[in-house]
Design a protein around this ligand. Structure first.
Ligand code: F6P
Length: 374
């Protein structure tokens, strides 16, 4: 039953990737006696056939390390910049899979990686994925590794911002990662006691946000922390995005669709950084309080994984080895309570787990008096 297993990490790096590589590798080699090789730099490494052996020694001492020992990239098999041209490199990837005599390829990644993995499954390859991202937005799994670590980092940042906001009587607008899903901003906002939390899922009314801050001033609290997700949008911005989406959907020509796509991209691009600075300026004007911006950025993805992420990555990694031994392919190894379950890639790819408006986190945030800007 000896098999040859390939593994790669794709998309943004995330704490827990090395713990997962170790979890799969040690179980595969120590428990099942199979071989494992790693491809470097995500799908590009497989396309360029750049690999490294992952034997016992290499897997030792990486449990606690951040990042990924394999390197990563956002390259997609069907859209890769090669020789200055965007090309479909699927065929080369399929060839390299066979050239390496792989029985299965494990892809560790977030939403984009799940889609790319399904694409390779549809080319006839044996694929298994593991869910990683600090955004926690992969469908059909309770959680993703990376999220808990980022949640801890963002919460600590809010804790630290509190004392300076309080001392200076300022608003501090803290931008937290998450373009489409607000899990991280919501979780850290609640845990850090932010006074306002703005999410992509709940378009905000700027007047309601300002009013919440002014109410605090009236109650003797002349400072506020506003936790804003990268993708948070005002009611007006949400309406503009919706209109561009409708234009894209109803476009009658390729040219019209391209134009609508460009508009959408530029509307969404404005959210990060610039949007947060604008929001801070607006709040300064509307409340009369001084306001400052803190963008947490990649600090949230860096450094050692938390204990919970090490545990999650190890248990999903080891369950992944069991699936390979049982020859169950074309699935993501998901976390369901304490169990690891195999979910068909078709049910994961292209789906996003957004924050439901009636989620217990949303309800309890409101009950403790936090404004969500709606
Ligand atoms: O995919 C996770 C994530 O950290 C998002 O939260 C963030 O918007 C994005 O990656 C940033 O991507 P990059 O590191 O490529 O700038």
């Amino acid at each position: 039953m000896s098999k040859r297993v390939g593994i790669l990490t794709a998309g943004g790096d995330s704490p827990g990737l090395n713990a997962a590589i170790r979890g799969v590798g040690k179980t595969i080699q120590g428990h099942y006696g199979m071989q494992m090789i790693g491809f470097l730099g995500g799908f590009r490494g497989l396309m360029e056939n750049r690999s490294t052996r992952l034997d016992g020694n290499i897997l030792s001492g990486i449990l606690t390390r951040g990042g990924t020992i394999l390197g990563t990239s956002r390259d997609k098999p069907h859209r890769m910049l090669v020789d200055g041209l965007m090309q479909d490199m699927t065929e080369t990837i399929v060839q390299n899979y066979h050239r390496n005599n792989l029985d299965v390829l494990i892809c560790l990644g977030g939403g984009g990686t799940q889609k790319n993995a399904l694409h390779l499954k549809q080319q006839g390859l044996n694929i298994i994925t593991l869910p990683k991202t600090i955004d926690n937005d992969v469908a059909r799994t309770d959680t993703t590794f990376g999220f808990d670590t980022a949640l801890g980092i963002a919460t600590e940042a809010i804790d630290r911002l509190h004392s300076t906001a309080h001392s200076h009587h300022r608003i501090i607008v803290v931008e937290i990662m998450g373009h489409r899903a607000g899990w991280l901003a919501l979780g850290a906002g609640i845990a850090g006691g932010a006074d306002v939390i703005l999410l992509p899922e709940i378009p905000y009314n700027i007047d309601h946000v300002a009013e919440a801050i002014r109410r605090r001033v009236k109650h003797g609290k002349p400072f506020s922390i506003v936790a804003v997700a990268e993708g948070a949008r005002s009611l007006e911005q949400a309406a503009m995005i919706k209109a561009a989406e409708v234009r894209k959907l109803n476009a009658e020509s390729k040219k019209e669709r391209k134009q609508a796509k460009r508009e959408l991209k530029s509307l969404e691009a404005h959210h990060s950084g610039i949007h947060t600075v604008n929001l801070s300026e607006q709040l300064e004007r509307l409340t009369g309080l001084e306001s400052r911006v803190t963008i947490l950025g990649h600090v949230q993805r860096g450094g050692a994984p938390s204990a919970a992420d090490r545990l999650l990555a190890t248990r999903l990694g080891s369950a992944c080895a069991d699936l390979i031994a049982a020859e169950i392919y074309g699935v993501m190894v998901a976390s369901e309570g304490d169990r690891a379950v195999a979910v068909p890639l078709e049910e994961v790819a292209g789906q996003k787990k957004l924050v439901p408006l009636d989620h217990p986190w949303v309800i309890s945030a409101k009950r403790v008096g936090t404004s969500l800007g709606d």
